[in-house]
Design a protein around this ligand. Sequence first.
Ligand code: CP
Ligand code: NVA
Length: 310
Amino acid sequence: AQSMKGRDFLMLVDFKKEELQYLIDLAIDLKAKQKAGETHHLLKGKTLGMIFEKSSTRTRVSFEVGMYQLGGQGLFLSSNDLQIGRGETIWDTAQTLSRYLDGIMIRTFAHRKVVELARGATIPVINGLTDLSHPCQALADFQTIYEKKGRLEGLKMAYIGDGNNMVHSLMMGAAKLGMDMSIASPEGYEPDSDIVKQTMANAAETGSRLEVVRDPREAIADADIVYTDVWASMGQEEEQKEREAAFANYQVNEELTKLAKADYLFMHCLPAHRGEEVSEGVIDGDHSIIFDQAENRLHAQKAIMAAIMS
Ligand code: CP
Ligand code: NVA
């Protein structure tokens, strides 16, 4: 834990297995304290700036509430109102904000921007989603799976759909934590090949099996976890129609989930396009744990902030 003090939280691949497990344990501990009404002001008097260049419901609310529960304060900073929107450099913004704040969370498009911000800042920077990755969501998801299944190692996750930011972070985490993962994406929409290479190398070390296939039925066979995400992510709205055609056979529905384990769990980072990537029956069905995932954003991010900002 001590080793995490002052660090950025940009990608799950930057963290060792023990560090990720530590964060999950801390999240579970903070969740219990919160539910018991026990004060846990690990960040008393500290402040987190939250820069948003894209919309958000879960990330915004969970970070702001999380800071409050830790005894600190979150500040919502819309990029429309910041000088960054008028061309002030990322470097100058990072240097300036470092004089006021104890941490910065940023949600943006190009991942490079977050890396630049972290380089310019003298305080920890947290990736609240980029086009490349979504590590806070993935950490909360692994916490949720651990709570439900009692373990992570040896479980199989099937990810059906777009090779996007979400699957990248899930792959990075699964490879480190020893979970198997089978990903099915249509041609042209596979996960980033460099990330696949890197996570496969990590998977070889932990013994986790990772594969990218074409057929969703192959990916979902005997899966413990079935995960999907929207076909068109934020910033890809104009591709919606062509993506609907490409992903037509990739809907997670009652027929497909018959092939998963009988006690499979359905997961989605939300927001969902009901009736597109997932049928109403599956997302609202008994196997769905989508709101437990959403809740754990709060607890997992409190653990991240407590570990790197205290
Ligand atoms: N899952 C997630 O990050 O949701 P928001 O876009 O609402 O923050
Ligand atoms: N892949 C989605 C995730 C939203 C939380 C997007 O980037 O829009």
